[in-house]
Design a protein around this ligand. Structure first.
Ligand SMILES: NC(=O)c1ccc[n+]([C@@H]2O[C@H](COP(=O)([O-])OP(=O)(O)OC[C@H]3O[C@@H](n4cnc5c(N)ncnc54)[C@H](OP(=O)(O)O)[C@@H]3O)[C@@H](O)[C@H]2O)c1
Length: 219
């Protein structure tokens, strides 16, 4: 079954951490990188995050630049890409920004999710069920493709990225490295799951503001 092109974008410290031990949101990206991230979002049909990121950062996942929104509208697209939350047990809080109605949202849960909670979330977002305990990511991606999503931008966190990489579902990854060390053996890393060696190929390294970005391919 075909699936969308899956592109991961994340910001890390030089020691590969995406947050500190408190798991709170840390400003890692510089202004220049944030502009590129907005453009990458605008060029995507969907933006995906794990529930860990929603609970820690409460991101809105919409386009900041009005011109980019206008360009999407002129292209006949929605103003913002579809927001996708990977959330096995449907823990997404009702007051989270991804449920604010500013853009369409899809919450992917597993069969372990509470039916009553699914019902309540369905008032704010489309809810789809894939997998028994964890969300079956391959099935979710195939479903997204079947409804016209050709390019998915994954914006974290480390656990979701780890599953996608180890299941061979990522085509491309862009990591912005900021000139800082975060440290902490319990601080989340870019790929934060069970250890598994997956090789990739560097296609680009570019200086961005005070840091640099590496773009790799997995095919
Ligand atoms: N620097 C950056 O660019 C950046 C970007 C994003 C996030 N962050 C940071 O990353 C941290 C959050 O990352 P995280 O790793 O804890 O959470 P995450 O990857 O956002 O979400 C992981 C959660 O997703 C759910 N899930 C459902 N199906 C899954 C599957 N098949 N594979 C993997 N996960 C699945 C699981 O919870 P359930 O089983 O309950 O569903 C899992 O615990 C925060 O500290 C945040 O600030 C940093």
């Amino acid at each position: 079954m075909p699936k969308p092109f899956v592109f991961v974008n994340v910001a890390a410290s030089l020691d590969g951490k995406i947050s500190d031990e408190s798991r709170r949101q840390i400003r890692i990206s510089c202004e220049e990188d944030l502009k590129i991230v907005d453009e990458l979002r605008a060029a995507s049909d969907a933006v995906m995050v794990g529930i860990g990121t929603v609970l820690a950062d409460d991101p809105r996942l919409t386009l900041k630049n009005k011109e980019l929104r206008g360009r999407r509208l002129r292209e006949g697209k929605d103003e913002n890409p579809l927001r996708v939350v990977v959330d096995s047990r449907c823990r997404v809080p009702l007051n989270s920004k991804v449920l604010d109605g500013e853009a369409k949202t899809l919450v992917a849960v597993s069969r372990a999710a509470d039916k009553e909670k699914i019902k309540r979330i369905s008032e704010f977002a489309e809810v789809v069920v894939f997998g028994e305990e964890k969300v079956d990511l391959k099935e979710l991606l195939e479903y997204l493709y079947s409804r016209g999503v050709e390019r998915v931008m994954v914006e974290g966190g480390g656990k979701l990225i780890s599953s996608l990489v180890s299941e061979g579902l990522v085509n491309e990854m862009r990591i912005y490295y900021a000139p800082m060390i975060i440290g902490g053996s319990d601080s989340p890393t870019v790929c934060n799951g069970k250890s598994r060696i997956v090789r990739c190929r560097i296609v680009k390294i570019e200086r961005i503001g005070e840091g640099f970005a590496v773009i790799v391919r997995f095919d």
